[in-house]
Design a binder for this molecule. Sequence first.
Ligand code: COA
Length: 529
Amino acid sequence: MGENRSFWENEELKLEERQYEATWPGGQKAVDRLAKKDKRPVRDLIQELIDPGTQYFELSMLAGFGMDYPGVPDVPCGGIVTGIGKIHGNWTMILGNDSRVKAGTYFPITLKKHMRAQAIADQCGLNCVYIADSGGAFLPMQIDVFPDDQHFGSLFYNMAKMSAKGLKQVTLSTGGNTAGGAYIVFMACESIMIDKQSFSFLGGPPLVKMALGEEISAEDLGGAKVHTEVSGGADHLCQDQSEAVARVRDILSLERPQTLNLHQYQEQEPVVEKDAIYDHMPMSVSQMIDARSIIQCIADGSVFQEYKANYAPGRGDNILTGKIRIKGLPVGVIASNKVGIIFYEAARKATEFIVRCSQEKIPLLFLQNAPGFMVGSDSEHMGIGKYGSDMVRAVSCAQVPKIQMVIGADNGAANYGMCGRAYKPHFLFSTMRARTSVMSGKSAGGVLLSIEEGKRKRTGTPMAEEEKEAFRQKMIDKYDGEAHPFYCGARLLTDRVLKFSEIRDWLAMGFEVSMLKPVGDPSFGNFRF
Ligand code: COA
């Protein structure tokens, strides 16, 4: 037990180090360079923007690591800070370009992160604040960031659509906003510019000179005074960053207070020791877990009201279903248990429970540690395909908010049944124990080796034993490497890799934010049963 705890504490130290490093691109030198322009790092501005004493829930801090773009091996934090914080008591999505990372330009991962934040805001009904300081598209990769759907244009499309739904889009420009980037200022419902610090133009001075022969300074072409006094493209002129941040708060102070569409009971702490969760997480992902003990560490009063606890022992209990409260909010839980392989009985139980929670309009938590649905003739003949499909259908159609929390294996169709990214969970969190891939390294090594052996036999060059071993190991390393939370986090396959000790606070935030929009009525398609 103690061994598990020290193992995971050590793994989380690595996570902390990587996250810390990502928040200081360019080190002190880069901060000093900003200071020379009377600017502060974007996270300082965000701290000043949110309500005092509240937390900014920063998303996707591992984004961009090891992406190996042309000449740019890492893009710390994807070059943009995104997260959720409270402004005048209202949960708000706050995005800010980090100009220390290649002038805040947009790489493919920057776009993905920006749009993921907008998607959360849209799905949950949050206003957005953009702290804009960007050189626009990262030009060496223009074909990968400019012309397509989900490329640069989509940022502004999303702003327009959210604004049309009544979600306020506020832009605070703290630097350059050139070409496409200028639209973040002009598309906003209200925009703020800072004298001699913010610029916004469709073409910068060099382009203007080239196109028209006109020589003009950035200030005279598209500075804060030009846009607040002459063009009218921006709405508020401020003298410095602090005044501008205070202006954003003023603008949002007139917003209607948000309401929660779920009864919130009195919050209770879990009765088990706070960090006991570390003891219940086996070091190896293939080892059994005891999901009941894990749930007790997250639930108010450690109470888990289990549903169908006695159904099909040994097979039905590879998934646990039941209700808990997290900081007073009732939540339906579908949790992988033991080794997590999903038998048809477990799939049926989960489907039934998802439908029930949808009827009751209670949000769902998927605690994912499943390496797949059960294979083999017994399982196939008993209908694992159709019962698994029913589970996937229930997850797809359940209209209640869903959060996926990956605490172990996350492979194959179990990723679908347990509400992976394609099933549009409101939030998807993972931990250092998460391993997301189509199959485990061990399985991939075996499957790919048998394909390779067949090929080599047919061409008359059968594989020697050492060659087979080397091939298998190479595949294991590749698949296990790609399943690691650092690799998946870099590609935004999770909204945040959490420490086990952070799970409760983040789930409470996630469910509260997810329940700000009223929940509609359930409607499922054709189950097979
Ligand atoms: N694409 C690729 N790299 C860019 C870039 C872009 N659009 N804009 C800036 N960079 C790079 C610079 O080459 C520099 O790289 P380096 O650190 O390896 O030398 C780094 O980002 C910092 O740029 P720098 O110009 O030194 O920063 P700055 O704070 O003085 O100026 C801008 C920032 C945004 C005003 C200025 O870089 C600029 O005008 N960029 C071009 C903007 C543009 O025309 N974009 C069109 C996109 S649609």
